[in-house]
Design a protein around this ligand. Structure first.
Ligand code: NAP
Ligand code: ZN
Length: 348
């Protein structure tokens, strides 16, 4: 066991502060990663603010991790020292249930072990990537393609896979009319990925303030949801709506934007339930679904896809001392489009 520098919330809703956390000794199948960058996901903020229920504290968040392998256990075969690697939202699962066997480790029947705030199989509580190093079972470590720099690749480990998975499962491609709701961390990846898949992409944002960015990222159209005309003019216009909003929205209004047979997939997870009128679905053979990150194999596929298409996150690199200020900016929808912590600053 070693102690590493980290930033953690000492209690629910408390600001994060500098601390040290424990990393386990390297087991035979473990990989030790020197973390280079850790993205700030809105889920980190929901978690430490208690939006999704009680957690054990102190809690170091962070599930968008990139870095370099600095040691490997005796039986590790997939990674070697010096490899550029990533770790996303999960660090373990049973590996034997139906879900794990088909590559949906996030839905493991025994419960996937998430990267932070989750009870690991040895009984310890996991601590996330806002730290200098992490020890992870080799099968939950993916390779970062050479074409992707480690800083802009970090957000792909959550924001990238969370938008890639539902878009590729919906078989989005040329001729598909996709709307992405919310141009934040997830949304800005969703726009780039849907565009790279060949879809016609529309951004639905609260205002037009980020319109130029949205179009530059690959959107064909951009509308403000604060304008009631948007919901009138775009009625029945989309095959797929990807909802990335971290707050409650009027589902009925958005379902009205789907064409007959269209589907809305939600990845944003606000703390409050959203009411839905079944008539909004039945009246147009529409579907409403959710999606949770993606499996490990799919995460590697997404990284390779992004490398091949030349897409990655647009980021603002910050020192660890700016984490709390960055949280406030994310909550104010003032993120362009992901904060990424430079792990070299956890020791400062
Ligand atoms: P983010 O960067 O804060 O982006 C969320 C965007 O939602 C904002 O940029 C804003 O876009 C829009 N928004 C915020 N408040 C709103 C409101 N009151 N009304 C309408 N729109 C609003 O957050 P993120 O990191 O992308 O995460 C988004 C959500 O996805 C969070 O709930 C997060 O926990 C969840 N998440 C889910 C998964 C999964 O696997 N399902 C994975 C990761 C994250 P505009 O300024 O453009 O309006
Ligand atoms: Zn996340």
């Amino acid at each position: 066991m070693t102690l590493v520098n980290a930033y953690a919330a000492p209690a629910e809703a408390a600001p994060l502060e500098k601390t040290t956390i424990e990393r386990r000794a390297l087991g035979p199948l473990d990989v030790l990663i020197d973390i280079a960058y850790a993205g700030i996901c809105h889920s980190d903020i929901h978690t430490v603010r208690g939006d999704w229920g009680a957690r054990q504290y102190p809690l170091a968040p962070g599930h968008e991790i990139t870095g370099t392998v600095s040691a490997v256990g005796s039986q590790v075969s997939r990674h070697t020292v010096g490899d550029r690697v990533g770790v996303g939202c999960m660090v373990n699962s049973c590996g034997e249930c139906r879900q794990c066997l088909r590559g949906d480790e996030q839905f493991c029947a025994q419960g996937a072990v998430f990267t932070y705030g989750s009870t690991d199989r040895d009984g310890t509580v996991t601590q996330g990537g806002y730290s200098e190093q992490v020890v992870v079972t080799e099968s939950f470590v993916v390779k970062v393609p050479d074409a992707l720099a480690l800083d802009v690749a970090a957000p792909l480990l959550c924001a990238g896979i969370t938008t890639y998975s539902p878009l590729s499962r919906a078989q989005v491609g040329p001729g598909t009319r996709v709307a992405v709701v919310g141009l934040g961390g997830l949304g800005h990846m969703g726009v780039q990925i849907a565009h790279a898949l060949g879809a016609e992409v529309t951004v639905l944002s609260q205002t037009l303030s980020k319109k130029d960015d949205g179009l530059r990222l690959g959107a064909d159209h951009y509308f403000a949801t604060s304008d009631p005309e948007t919901f009138r003019n775009l009625r029945g216009s989309f095959d797929v709506i990807l909802n990335t909003v971290s707050a409650t929205i009027d589902l009925r209004a958005y379902l009205g934007l789907l064409d007959i047979g269209g589907s809305m997939v939600c990845v944003g997870l606000p703390s409050e339930p959203l009411p839905v009128n079944l008539g909004s679905l039945i009246g147009g053979r529409k579907s409403l679904s959710g999606s949770n990150i993606g499996g490990i194999r799919e995460t590697q596929e997404m990284l390779d896809f992004c490398a091949e298409k030349g897409i990655a996150a647009e980021i603002e690199v910050i020192p660890a001392s700016d984490i709390n200020a960055a949280y406030d900016r994310v909550l104010a929808s003032d993120v362009r489009y992901r904060f990424v912590i430079d792990a070299a600053t956890f020791a400062d």
